[in-house]
Design a protein around this ligand. Structure first.
Ligand SMILES: Cc1cc2nc3c(=O)[nH]c(=O)nc-3n(C[C@H](O)[C@H](O)[C@H](O)COP(=O)(O)O)c2cc1C
Length: 236
């Protein structure tokens, strides 16, 4: 199984340890091929909001040299793991910055058919509050790109550092990681048995009808035409 892990901060703290617990649990069941990106090291520049990726293509993004290796790893993976601690009740800025850079892959622009069979995991920790909002930010990106199934490993750890996380909480994380690793391996082995997300089918159809009228962005429209999606071909 090919796995891409994207860490929203460079800290080897509670969030990193949660993700590592899951990777260890997966490694006990399969032999994963893991690619790791750490933010902001692997994407130091903020999205400039220049619309270049939408209008001229992702390779024309001023930060393509950093963004494209990450995007290519995502597209080549079976499983994508996004991690972030809760900062100000939401994801850490470096991860949000990557999510902004990847908006061209959303179904409202140029979804990649390879994404439609992928599994995702969002990993988050907080001292006390904000897990729901933080996970939703990460899940929204995977959902609007068209991921097939998502898992959530999220814990309130009541701590500023992993060493101070209470043993009971660590045990809960370990148990959830074990269960999740089994579910992921099963899902990856039987992709045809996974239910197609209703929202994805609905939103894709809606975006197809929007693209048929698209006279404002030839790059997006050409993408949909090239895949035959405006002639009724379905990607899933
Ligand atoms: C800048 C900053 C903002 C934070 N904001 C929140 C918050 O809004 N709510 C909360 O409960 N904890 C907040 N925390 C605590 C962290 O979410 C928590 O300690 C988390 O487990 C740290 O993850 P890490 O060890 O992987 O860095 C914040 C921590 C920092 C450094």
């Amino acid at each position: 199984m090919k796995i891409t892990v994207i860490h929203g901060t460079q800290r080897h703290g509670s969030t990193w340890h949660c993700a590592q617990t899951l990777l260890d649990a997966l490694s006990a069941r399969i032999q994963p091929e893991v690619t790791v990106f750490t933010l902001p090291k692997d994407l130091p520049a903020f999205c400039a909001g220049c619309f270049t990726c939408f209008e001229k293509g992702e390779d024309a993004c001023p930060h393509a040299a950093h963004v494209q290796p990450i995007a290519k790893a995502i597209l080549a993976s079976d499983l994508v793991v996004l991690t972030s601690p809760v900062y100000a009740m939401d994801v850490a800025a470096p991860l949000k910055n990557l999510l902004d850079h990847l908006c061209y892959l959303w179904m409202s622009h140029r979804p990649d058919p390879a994404v439609f069979r992928k599994l995702g995991v969002v990993v988050a920790t907080t001292a006390g509050a904000g897990l729901g909002h933080t996970c939703k930010t990460m899940r929204n990106s995977l959902k609007f790109m068209g991921f097939k199934k998502q898992f959530r490993l999220a814990h309130a750890v009541s701590a500023m550092r992993w060493e101070d996380v209470p043993p009971k909480t660590r045990l809960r994380i370990e148990k959830q990681a074990q269960t999740m690793s089994r579910q992921i391996v099963t899902a990856a082995a039987n992709p045809a048995r996974l239910r197609k997300p209703f929202f994805r089918s609905f939103f894709f159809t809606l975006m197809a009808s929007m693209q048929k009228k698209n006279d404002w962005n030839p790059t997006d429209r050409a993408h949909w035409e090239r895949h035959g999606w405006l002639a009724g071909k379905k990607p899933f």
